[in-house]
Every structure is written in C-alpha cells, then in structure tokens.
Write a protein that binds this ligand. Structure first.
Ligand SMILES: Nc1ncnc2c1ncn2[C@@H]1O[C@H](COP(=O)(O)OP(=O)(O)OP(=O)(O)O)[C@@H](O)[C@H]1O
Length: 256
C-alpha cells in the first residue's frame, strides 16, 4: 500500500492554516513518523488522511486512488484498508460493552472482509475476539471484561486489537502512547513494531515525542505551524543539514 500526499492544505480560517502545502510519500510496509509540537497540525493531518475532514487543496492518493471524503462509496472502500488508534483509548471504547464486542466493531461494519486469522472455520464471535487479544499480548480470559476494568496500557492494546481486526494496510496512530507511563509506552511501541514486522502494514505514527518516533519509525517528518520543515531517514538524524527546529527537538529529548 502506498500513500502519496501532494500539496495538501487545510485552512480553518484566513488566519488558521492548519496544514500548508504538505507533500510526502509512504511506501508499503514503511513506518513513518510525524513529529511536531502542540498546534503544528498533526491531528488535522490524521483526520484528513482518514477522510474524516475535507481539505482545500492538494491530492491524497492511496495505491493511486484518490481519497475523496465527499464520495461515500470511495470513502467506504478506503476505510476497509485504514484503521486508527488514538491517544485516549478510554474514549474510543464503549464503557457499557464488554471489550470483545468493541473489538469486533470494524468486522461488523465490513462483513465482506474475512481476515486471514479467521480462515479457520467455526470460530464463535467471542473466539475471534480472543484470537485478536492474543495477537496484542493480552490473555484470552480478559474477553468479558469492561474497559473500566483495564489499565491504560491494556485499553490501548484492546484498541490495537480492534484496529487489526480487519487487517488494515495502513494504521494511523495519533499520539497512542502520550497518556501512558513511560514503561508502558515502551511496551506499546514494541508491540506496534512487532506487529508491523509480522503484518507488513504501513504505519503513520504521529507524536510530539521524537524519542518515540525514532524508536519506531525509519522515516521522520517534522511539522511546524502546518508546514513540513524537515524530512529524513533515521540514518540521517544527526546530520549537520538537519533543520534547526529538528536539532532543538533532538536536544530537548536528550537523544543527541
Ligand atoms: N476544528 C477546528 N477549527 C478551527 N481551528 C482548528 C480546528 N482544529 C484545529 N484547529 C487549529 O489548527 C491548528 C492545528 O491543530 P491540530 O490539532 O492539528 O494540532 P496538533 O499538532 O495535533 O496539536 P495537539 O498536539 O495539541 O493536538 C491549531 O492552530 C488549531 O488551533
């Protein structure tokens, strides 16, 4: 799956240019990080990429096909291959449902999809959710729990299980570790890395934390005030040519 963003702009008003002429490309199986401080346009970019918001200028194509948020049929087709995880797993899981029901939501929405792990016939719906829980490192017996009975890290694993259920080719992660303890952050990043290796999905990882981005991603885009100020492969992180803003992020994170 390749994602090409070309000259993308999104203006909320004359003075608020959340995204200004953004261009980048992600190839199949790559993990790309988008790093920037609060207000740089990261979440806007995620929402536009998911087709949740329209955009003014530019083109977004996935496997050569445009994403057109106003064309429902195109958007539905697109959503079959894209999933998202958010910072706050609590708000994305229905507190009144046992987690197995939440995990199956994407599969319920796209009944035409049969993921490879469901090729074994005769699994009950709950057993499908159990399989997914195992994939994200949780015990099967947790399947009947409610979100309120899980830790922050466990909830994020559940939301990853739900995202993986339809075997997306693109996973957009918007600050998925920002509200977790440092040790749990590392566990979730390790999980995402392992899952990416196993499934070859493309990951777009959005974060204010350049440490997390460099842990997971081989390519980095630096966003500032809605514009890309720097773009590099991980091997070039310490090159002299890095933008002063990138250098300041590296310095602040003490990863010099
Ligand atoms: N719905 C909206 N209406 C008007 N302005 C908006 C809207 N959403 C975002 N903005 C503005 O667009 C700019 C980019 O916001 P965005 O939320 O994309 O940044 P961000 O990098 O994700 O920040 P944070 O890390 O704080 O969430 C900001 O100036 C913000 O105030």
């Amino acid at each position: 799956m390749s994602l090409v963003v070309d000259g993308l702009s999104k203006h909320y008003s004359k003075s608020v240019h959340a995204l200004d002429n953004i261009s980048f490309r992600v190839n199949a199986g790559e993990c790309i990080g988008i790093v920037g401080e609060s207000g740089s346009g990261k979440s806007t970019l995620a929402r536009v990429l998911l087709g949740l918001e329209s955009y003014k200028d530019g083109r977004i194509t996935i496997n050569g096909k445009p994403i057109a948020p106003k064309k429902r049929a195109l958007l539905r087709e697109y959503r079959k291959s894209v999933q998202m995880i958010f910072q706050d797993a609590t708000s994305t899981l229905n507190p009144k449902l046992p987690i197995w029901k939440s995990i199956l939501e994407p599969l319920d929405n796209f009944k035409e999809i049969t993921p490879s792990f469901l090729q074994a016939e005769g699994l009950s719906r709950k057993e499908v959710a159990e399989e997914l829980l195992e994939i994200v490192g949780l015990e099967k017996k947790m399947v009947d729990r409610y979100p309120g009975e899980l830790s922050g890290g466990q909830k994020q694993r559940v939301s990853i299980a739900r995202a993986l259920s339809i075997e997306p080719t693109l996973l957009v992660c918007d600050e998925p570790t920002a509200s977790l303890d440092v040790t749990v952050q590392v566990q979730i990043l390790r999980l995402l890395k392992a899952l990416q290796k196993k499934t070859n999905m493309t990951i777009l990882f959005i974060s204010h934390d350049i440490r997390a981005v460099t842990f997971l991603c081989e390519k980095v885009i630096v966003l500032k005030n809605g514009s890309i100020v720097d773009q590099f492969g991980l091997e070039g992180i310490y090159h002299e040519e890095r933008h002063p803003y990138t250098k300041s992020l590296i310095k602040a994170a003490s990863i010099e």
